[in-house]
Each structure stands twice: as C-alpha cells, then as structure tokens.
Design a protein around this ligand. Structure first.
Ligand code: ASP
Length: 411
C-alpha cells in the first residue's frame, strides 16, 4: 500500500529532525534539498496566481457575484484575524510573559538597517496598484499581481463572442497546466521537507529559548487555541462540515507551511489540497486563497499583538494603557495584512505596532526584538500553519455560502 503524501511528509519531518540532532552542523549537507523545493514552489507562484485568478474571476461572470464573494471573503478575514488578536491580547495580559524576561548577553541590538523596512500603513493600500504588472510579478509583489489579475479577469467578462471564449479558454487551460505542474512539485515535498527541517534544527540556538521561554509559551498557547478551537469552530458554525475531515484534507498544506514558514511558498500546495481533496471550485479557490495567503494572517496578527505587549511588559516603567492596547489591536491587524507571506515577515512588521505606541526607538525594544528574532523560527513555523489553515477555512466557508455542497468527497 502506498503511504499517503502527508504521512510521507510527516515521516520526512521526523527523519530530518533526527538527522540534524545526530549529525549537528554536518546535517547542513541536506539543506540544498530544502532550497530546491522552496525554489520550485516559488517558481510557480506567479504563473499560478495570474492564471488562477484571471480564470476564476472571468468564471465568476457578473460583477455582482464578484462583489458578493469579495465582501464575504473580507468579512471572514477581518473576523478570524480579530479573534486571533483578542486571544493574543487576553493571554499576554494573563500570563505576563514580559515580567520575568531577560535579554541574554549574547544578543545584539537589532539592527534595523539589515532588514527591508516595513511600509507605512497607507502605503500598503496604495501599493496594491502596481505601476507595472510585469515588474510587480518580477519582484514578487503578490498584492500588485493579484490586483491586476482581478481587474484583467473582470475585463474578460466584459468581452463577447470569440475574444471572450478564446481568453477564457486560454487562462483556464493554462491554469490546468499549472495545477499539473504544482501536483508534480508537491510529490517532491517529503524530500524538500527533510532538507528544510534538518536545516532548521541544525541551526537552532536552544540556549536562547530558555531566556524567553514564557514569551514562547504564551504565543504558542494562543496559536494553539486559535488552531484547535477557534478555526474548527468557525468552520463548523458557518458550514456544518466536520473539522477533522478538513484537517485530513489540508494535512499536506499544513506540513508544508510548517516546514517552509511561508504562506506564499505553501500557496500551490494549499490550492491543490482545497481543489482536489476538499473539492472547492476553481472560481472560489482562486479568489479567496491567493488573497488570503497575502493578507489574511491570523497567526501573524496574534503574534503582532502578543509580541508588542510582551516587549512593553519587559521594559521597566512602561505600562500600556487601555487606549494604547486598543491601538495595538488595530495596528496588529493592519500589520498582519501588510506582512509579506515569507519567513519572519511578522517579526519585521512588529515595528509598525511598536511605533504606533511610541516604543519603536526604544533601545531595549531593539534588544528584545533581536532576541525574538533569534528564537523566531519555531514560532514562525507555527504561525504560518495557522495562517494557511485560516485561509483554507475561509475558502470553504465562502464556497459553501455560494452553494457548493458536495465537499470532502475525496477524504
Ligand atoms: N511566515 C509567515 C507566513 O508566511 C508570516 C509571518 O512571519 O508571520 O505566513
């Protein structure tokens, strides 16, 4: 009997971890396997998004359907992210992880100039409109590419006769070809995941984890509540579907999110699982998933809120008032929308939230962010799983509300 792909991936994860624990630094020899897998996934993102959204939106037909699906989609993003943030807020106030935190001597002040600076919030919205769609695609500006694909798909719906049919067929068929390619690449996931996990374990600095243990426990607990209780509950309440079936259908996507720490790189796998295992139409999948991977990040939203409260707690003499915490909640949401779907993006965006409450230039804050960066990998892996799972739940909710009932037949 052939082992299901997600079991193959889980076994590869375990083997990767053991491999790194036994061989230590020598395990880095397997790192190229992970790099190759990541490159293959990234390679297909741009053509996949262009063809799937264009054919999906062209297939939605009239603007009213597009508007309706759009409103439901954004409504879900807002709801699920806000719940996540409130969980982060409550837990951080309850556990007070910052109270006993210490910055280890080995940590250097976080040098902001090393990183790409986060955009201002207004710019994130304006940036959605690309000045040149080809440049947007070339530079991996996914939001710009999505915007262009949506309006291009919409323009196709306005054509009639042969030109309309030609373009619809062209994008539909190109999309099918991209999905075939995606499927082939996903078959390599166990090998790639082995390389990614052994690399992550071999380069982890375990000492630091102890210094900020409570911080890590707080974030991990919040993510767990959202992942194990809130998202399954949302799925069940809005669709009546069995969350366990959903988990089974999305297993490969979750495992890929965990290993790559990138919702963007995981997107091809998420789309494959949602279309082939859950059975959602391309129309809904192609609208909700790429957009979700880019702007709907529940795990990141929770992290932004909890992370900033942790920093505030750890700095002596700082006590965030109720209104400052409201500011944290709102900016945490916007920062999660603006965070790129790549590893550690959430940590970079934390400066937006820190700035909003006046802590952006505080030297201790920079030291704390340095520490958080050193231990970010496992948290990043987990929040990416939560981000991807939330996108998949949202897709099923929208699909069901659009009358798609025959779901989960293949799990
Ligand atoms: N790595 C996360 C993702 O791609 C973003 C983050 O750093 O929070 O979903």
């Amino acid at each position: 009997m052939k082992l299901k792909l997600h079991w193959q991936i889980f076994i590869a994860m375990a083997l990767g971890a053991v491999f790194a624990l036994v061989l230590g630094e020598k395990a880095l020899i397997a790192a190229p396997l992970g790099t190759i897998f990541m490159r293959l996934l990234k390679m297909i993102i741009v053509p996949l998004i262009l063809t799937s959204i264009t054919s999906g939106v062209a297939g939605l037909g009239d603007p009213r359907t597009l508007g309706r699906v759009g409103i439901k989609t954004f409504g879900y993003y807002l709801l699920s992210s806000m719940i996540a943030i409130l969980i982060g807020l409550a837990l951080t106030n309850l556990i007070q992880p910052g109270a006993g935190a210490r910055v280890p001597d080995t940590v250097e002040e976080f040098d902001l100039s090393q990183l790409q600076q986060p955009d201002s919030l207004g710019n994130i919205l304006i940036r959605m409109i690309p000045t040149n769609p080809v440049k947007a695609a070339a530079e991996g500006d996914i939001l710009g590419l999505i915007f262009f694909s949506i309006i291009f798909g919409f323009a196709i719906t306005q054509l009639k006769g042969k030109p309309h049919d030609f373009l619809v067929n062209l994008f539909d068929n190109s999309f099918q070809a991209m999905m075939k390619l995606t499927h082939a690449i996903i078959r390599l996931a166990p090998i790639g995941v082995f390389g990614l996990i052994s690399n992550a374990v071999a380069t982890a600095g375990f000492d630091l984890f102890k210094a900020v243990g409570m911080y890590m426990i707080t974030i991990a607990s919040g993510l767990t509540i959202h992942f194990v209780i809130v998202l399954p509950l949302l799925l069940f309440l809005f669709t009546g579907e069995n969350p366990l079936k959903h988990a089974r259908a999305m297993m490969s996507a979750m495992a890929t999110a965990f290993s790559t720490s990138s919702s963007g790189a995981t997107l091809p796998v998420t789309m494959d699982s949602i279309e082939n295992n859950v059975g959602v139409s391309n129309k809904v999948t192609s609208f909700v998933l790429p957009l979700g991977a880019t702007i709907n990040m529940d795990g990141t939203a929770l992290y932004e809120c909890a992370g900033v409260l942790f920093i505030a707690q750890a700095i002596p003499g700082i006590d965030l008032s109720f209104s400052a915490q409201v500011v944290v909640v709102i900016t945490a949401f916007l920062a999660s929308v603006g965070a790129a779907a790549v590893p550690s993006a959430g940590l970079i965006m934390i400066f937006i939230v820190l700035n909003a409450v006046g802590l952006g230039d505080h030297p201790t804050a920079a030291l704390l962010v340095g520490t958080m960066l050193a231990v970010d990998r496992p948290l990043d892996m987990y929040r990416t799983v939560v981000n991807v799972t939330s996108d998949s739940v949202g897709t099923v909710i929208v699909a069901k509300s659009e009358g798609e009932t025959n779901l989960y037949q293949n799990v």
